[in-house]
Structure formats: C-alpha cells, structure tokens
Design a protein around this ligand. Structure first.
Ligand code: ADP
Ligand code: MG
Length: 692
C-alpha cells in the first residue's frame, strides 16, 4: 500500500477526501472504476454502447470573445472559434452575475485571439457544430487536456465535494501505472485464452482510458467476468460448507398438528404442493440444515406449504419464524394462519413495530420460554432484542427482497438451522445458480384446481372505468394501480393521490380507499383490512399491493401507466386477482411506450405463467424490481449487473464448474490466484471457513 500523497498535488487534505470515496492508496485507484464514459472525440465511432455518452466538442483557434449581460441576471461569455475544418463555431458559456465579481475573469486570458482551445458542450445544430452551449473548455497547450480530458473517451467517476472530475482523472492517470504493476493476473491463463479475455493490466488500463469502443468493451467484459467467476465460486463453496455442518437435531412426523391442519384447509393440496412439502420435510429431517427456495407463481399456494413446515417443527417442540417483507403482509398472513390453524394446539403471534408495548413484552416472554411456536413479522423479529427458546426454522416470504447477507446472519443466529425462502418471482435458471447457489430449489408448477387464468387486455382509461363499474356492481372488488404517489410535473405519469379523488366522484355509491407506501403502517393495515372484509370495494394503490395481498373476491386489476412497470412487477400485480373462483381480468392502460415497453406488455398479454415469462429475454432487462440495491450491494459487484450480463454469467458458471470439478479446494498452483482473491473478497464477508 502506497500513500496517495506520493502523487503530485495530493496533500493530507485531498488524501482525506479520496479516503471518503474508499480510495486509500495508490493501489486502490485502478479499481475505482468509472461510472460511465463520455466520448469527446471529434470523430466518433458509430454504435455507441449504452454506457457511453456522446458529447459535442469543437477544437480551434479563438477569433473573438466577448461578454454580454442579459436582463435575467446572467453573463454570457461568447467565443467565436475557427475550427480545424475551416468553419466557424460560436460557443457560449453562461454564468450568473455576481455583483462586484468578474465571473469570467479567470477565463478571459485563455480566450485571447489566436489561442487554441477545446470546447465541450451541447451543440444546438447537431450537424454542423456551429453553436455550442459550452460546459467545459481546455487550452490546447495544457499538456493534460488531450491526454485525459478531451479529444478522447473520458472516464466519469463518482465524486465528492472538493474532488473535481479533472483532479480525479489526473490522479487516476498518475496512479494507474503503479497500481497496475502490482496487480498481476489471478485468472488461469487457460481460462483467459478460452474466453478471449484481456489480461488484467490491459483491462485496468482500458477501463479508465480506452482508445476506442473495442478496448472499452473488452475491458468491461474481462472485469465483469472476473467478478462473476469469483461470485459463482464463492456461492458454490458456501453451499458445500453449509452442507457440512450438522444441525444436531432431527424431526419426527407425529401428525397431531399436521392432520387436523389438513382437515381445516377445506381443499386438497395440489401435486406441486405435496411434492414441495415432501422435499422440505426431507430436508428438515436430514442431519444437515435446510437451505431451500420454494418458487411458485402468485396464487400457487406457497403459504400452506410453509405452514406445513412450521407445524412439523411445532410437533417436535421447535419454534419457527415467518418473515415477510412488510408489516402489512405480516398481518395478512396472521389472518390466514388464524383461519387454517383454528382449533390446533399451536400458538402463533404477530410481532411488528406497531404491536403495543405491553403486548410486545408478553410475546417476547412467550418466545423466550418457548410457549409461542410461531412468530410472524418482518426481519426485525430476528434482531437481537428478541430471544427464542429454540428457533429452528425461518420461513422467508418473497425472497427476492431479501439479501444474501441477511440469510447468512439468520443462519448464524443461535440454533436456527433450517431456512426456507419463498418467491413468486421466477428466476431464470442461470441467475438462480449464481444468486442462490447456496439454495436447493422446489417449484410449484400448477395452480389450485378451479383457477381460471386472468384474462389480460390493453384498454383505454374509459373502458377500464366501465369494467370497474361492472365488477363492483356485481359485488366484486377491484384494484386500480398507479405508478406514482404524487404529481411530479410529468404530465404523463398519473399519481395515485389525484386520481383517487376522481375515482371517488365517479363511483359515488361505493367506497374507495387509498393505499401507498408513505402511509403510516397502522393506516395501511386498516385500509387492507377494509378491502379484505369488503367494507371498501375499490383499492386505489401504488405498487405496494404487489406482494401477498390475498383477497379472493377481487376480480379486476387495472394498471395505469403499465408501460412504466417491469415485467416481473406487472406479473405480480396481475397475480392479485384470480385468487378465487370468479373469472378475473387485468386491464392495462398505457401511455407512450418505448419499443421495449411494448414488448413487455405484449409478453404479459400473451403469457399467463410466470415461469414462461421468466424465460423471456426482456424479463430481466431493467429489472429493478427483481434485485434490490441491497442485493446488488451484497454481491459486491463494481461493474457486473446480473440483469444485463447474463451471457458472461453463464460462461462464468460453466468455468466455475470446470474449476471445482478438477480442483475442489483450489489448491492447484494455477488456481492459487483465484483462491487468494476469493479469500480477500468473500471469506470474511460470507464466512467461508473452507478457504481460510
Ligand atoms: P402464494 O403462493 O401466492 O403465496 P397463497 O399461499 O397466498 O399463494 O395462496 C393463494 C390462495 O389459494 C389462498 O387463498 C389459499 O388459501 C388458496 N389455496 C392454496 N392451496 C390451495 C389448493 N390446493 N386448493 C385450493 N386453494 C388453495
Ligand atoms: Mg404468498
């Protein structure tokens, strides 16, 4: 580690600022990857990749420069230059006037007649670059300008106060040779050749200062590949490790709870549910901890599968926690549990932030002494304040909102050994392997009998309102979803608060209520209860209704600005209806759409099953709704993005299998580098004892 202060111009104060960005040494600089790149070449290649922004630039000799003042309090600095192609261009810098201060004073000397300058900005006449709204300029005789800042592809870094883009670029450039020198290449040469990857030094150089798009793309591919390979290896090693730790207890199927539970249900379990239950019971009874993901489309009946697992635990005197992404969902599930566990010798409680203090205290006591078998709540119930007598099973509902780190923390907590996570967001196979390589998979493929697929149509707003009227008049309930909570100035984007007023006026004989994420949790709960109980017929909501709400009487889902939602979210929203025996509809009311949005809507209309949808190419694109920021953070990627880099991911997974099948402990000399990197990056974070 070499101090940044060896770089010219970096003193203790600046070094401190770099530290804020996580750059503590010269070696760190190479790994501070740009967020994007700006193409400031006068002649640009075509096929600009999505991570590159093109910016107009003119280079030439100053012919004239003058300042003018506008009535609006601005000072304009207008420069006419003769560009190298013989034409003339006018560039304008804008600044706010400051009394008694010469705002362009420092610039004037750089624009003396005859000086050569580079001006970067936005041209108003695209073809000819004759008028430029200037953003930055560089003197041509400034030796760093052309090297790092203009006339080339320029890196854009995340910055902090006191560190300008210019300083950052120059510091990275100064440090790069030193940090690359020590970096070495940890990838086996065999893999580098097979995948035609840049070697590491070259990739690091080109990721910062590429000369063309090919270099940039190759550098990215190499660095993304290495992130994904390490990630895939870490997942595989963790999975192996989890299986090696015995859990020191086992279960017997006693049936004194399971049998009456089955009787309470009032329906037959589907084949898929039975199979999932068998797989889960098999895991729970085996000597190693369960780590299983239960995937099942919305409405496929995952909750009763989870209940079966928790009852098996309870039959054996063990406690379970049922963890939901939101408090609303927790209370929803509590009602379901009440229904299905009626008359059973099992105690379950709801514990949320809105549980009154006295009650909370009692519940905590009940959990500590083992009186309570099942507790329902958000992951806060696994926080340190809550003590269990023998918590052995955690069921996590809607897995895609739950990070790897949380799962690891959960597993490390006391006796807790078995973990079941559930999701209705189908994950393509390759992604599953990478993300959840530490989980086994159960899938419920079919829907309970009698379910009719939800018919999905695009309509205009008026037709949708007529449909709303039809349904509520027939005694059914409807959801109307909008993308935004409040008006945002974007006239195209409808906001739930304004539309709610209109809806109330339009259906005077019925009751509508509003539901969005910024409401207090008690209000949300009351609103959902009202809808579930039929006290309100229309729920006007944002995407918060996406997960878990189970109201069989709801037969219509209207999604406004449907073009704004990702495919996974649309499918989840649609899953709120069609949960009873009545025929249901999902109506999409759309504004202007991009070709990609059109493709999504098409897929949704033509395809009712989530698994089918998940295999579509567009499923993951822009999939903000599948991975949370936190999950991205957990994976620790600097460049890779699972929703975009599926191809590289598949290669990395293949290569991971190849490596581990020959050298499971990574002890071969050619894998020494990979092993060292894995330890650095994952051993501590994921507690990979195998490697240390
Ligand atoms: P999800 O998998 O989306 O969590 P739920 O567990 O909420 O689905 O189940 C959806 C609805 O289907 C619930 O009302 C549940 O009681 C009902 N259900 C579950 N299994 C069956 C079944 N085998 N037959 C009929 N209805 C079922
Ligand atoms: Mg559910």
């Amino acid at each position: 580690m070499t101090s940044l202060r060896f770089i010219k111009g970096i003193g203790p104060k600046k070094a401190g600022l770099f530290g804020k960005l996580g750059i503590n040494s010269i070696e760190d600089l190479a790994f501070y990857y740009p967020r994007k790149w700006i193409d400031r070449r006068p002649d640009k290649e075509s096929n600009t990749p999505p991570y590159v922004v093109r910016q107009d630039v003119v280079c030439g000799e100053v012919v004239a420069a003058r300042e003018t003042y506008t009535a609006g309090g601005l000072v304009l600095f207008k420069v006419v230059i003769k560009n190298d192609r013989g034409g003339e261009a006018e560039a304008v810098f804008f600044k706010r006037r400051a009394r008694g201060f010469d705002v362009f004073g420092s610039m004037r000397k750089d624009f003396r007649r005859g000086s050569r300058v580079w001006i970067v900005g936005e041209s108003e006449e695209n073809m000819f670059l004759t008028k430029i709204r200037a953003q930055e300029y560089y003197r041509d005789d400034d030796p760093t300008a052309k090297k790092y800042h203009t006339g080339r592809i320029v890196p854009v870094y995340p910055l902090t106060g006191g560190i300008t883009a210019r300083l950052m670029r120059e510091t990275v450039a100064a440090g790069l040779p030193f940090s690359i020198e020590g970096a070495g290449d940890f990838l086996p040469a065999r893999i580098r050749e097979k995948r035609a990857l840049f070697d590491r030094a070259e990739a690091l150089r080109c990721i910062h200062f590429p000369e063309n798009y090919f270099q940039l793309a190759s550098a990215r591919r190499r660095l993304i590949y290495e992130e994904l390979l390490l990630f895939a290896l870490a997942c595989a090693i963790r999975r192996r490790q989890i299986r090696e730790i015995p859990k020191h207890f086992s279960y017997e199927i006693k049936r004194h709870l399971l049998t009456p539970f089955r009787r309470n249900l009032g329906f037959e379990l589907t084949g898929g549910q039975k199979k999932a239950i068998n797989e889960i019971f098999g895991d729970m009874r085996s000597p190693v901890p369960m780590a299983r993901l239960l995937e099942g489309d919305v409405g496929s009946g995952k909750t009763v599968v989870a209940l079966s697992a928790m009852l098996l635990a309870a039959e054996n005197g063990a406690q379970s926690a049922f963890i939901t992404p939101t408090e609303i969902l927790a209370s929803q599930h509590y009602f379901t549990f009440e229904k299905f566990l009626k008359g059973l010798e099992v105690r379950f409680e709801l514990l949320t932030g809105s549980t009154p203090a006295a009650r909370r205290k009692k519940i905590l006591e009940g959990l500590a002494c083992g009186e309570i078998d099942i507790v329902i709540g958000t992951h806060a119930i696994l926080s340190d304040g809550v003590k269990f007598r023998n918590l052995r099973l955690a069921v996590v509902d809607e897995q895609h909102r739950f990070g790897v780190r949380q799962r690891a923390a959960m597993r490390d907590k006391g006796e807790l050994a078995d973990v079941l996570v559930m999701t209705a967001t189908p994950i393509p196979r390759s992604l599953f392997l990478a993300m959840y390589g530490d989980l086994d998979l159960s899938t419920i493929k079919e829907m309970p009998a009698g379910r009719k697929p939800v018919s999905t149509l695009e309509t205009d707003e008026e037709t949708a309102f007529e449909a709303v009227n039809e349904e509520i008049s027939a005694g059914n309930r409807v959801y109307i979803v909008y993308p935004a909570i409040e008006e945002s100035g974007n006239a195209e984007l409808k906001a739930v608060k304004t539309e709610y007023e209109k809806i109330c006026h339009r259906f005077p004989g019925f009751k509508a209520e509003l539901l969005h994420g910024r409401m207090k949790s008690a209000d949300k709960k009351r609103t959902m209860d009202n809808f579930a109980m039929g006290r309100t017929q229309i729920l006007v909501a944002t995407q918060v209704v996406e997960v878990g709400l189970d109201v069989p009487e709801a037969t219509l889902m209207v999604i406004n600005n449907a073009e704004r939602f990702g495919l996974a979210a649309l499918h989840q929203l649609r899953g709120r209806v069609g949960r009873g025996n009545r025929p249901s509809r999902c109506l999409l009311v759309c504004g202007n759409r991009t070709p990609e949005a059109a493709e999504r809507l098409d897929a949704l209309v033509n395809c009712s099953g989530g698994f089918e949808l998940s295999e579509k190419d567009i499923y993951l694109r822009g999939a903000g709704d599948i991975f949370t920021e936190e999950q991205h953070g957990d994976m620790g990627f600097r460049l890779a993005d699972l929703s975009r880099d599926g191809n590289i991911l598949r290669q990395a997974i293949d290569d991971k299998d190849g490596i581990l099948s020959i050298d499971p402990d990574l002890s071969a000399p050619e894998n020494a580098g990979v092993r060292k990197k894995l330890i650095e990056q994952y051993a501590g974070k994921w507690n990979l004892i195998d490697l240390s």
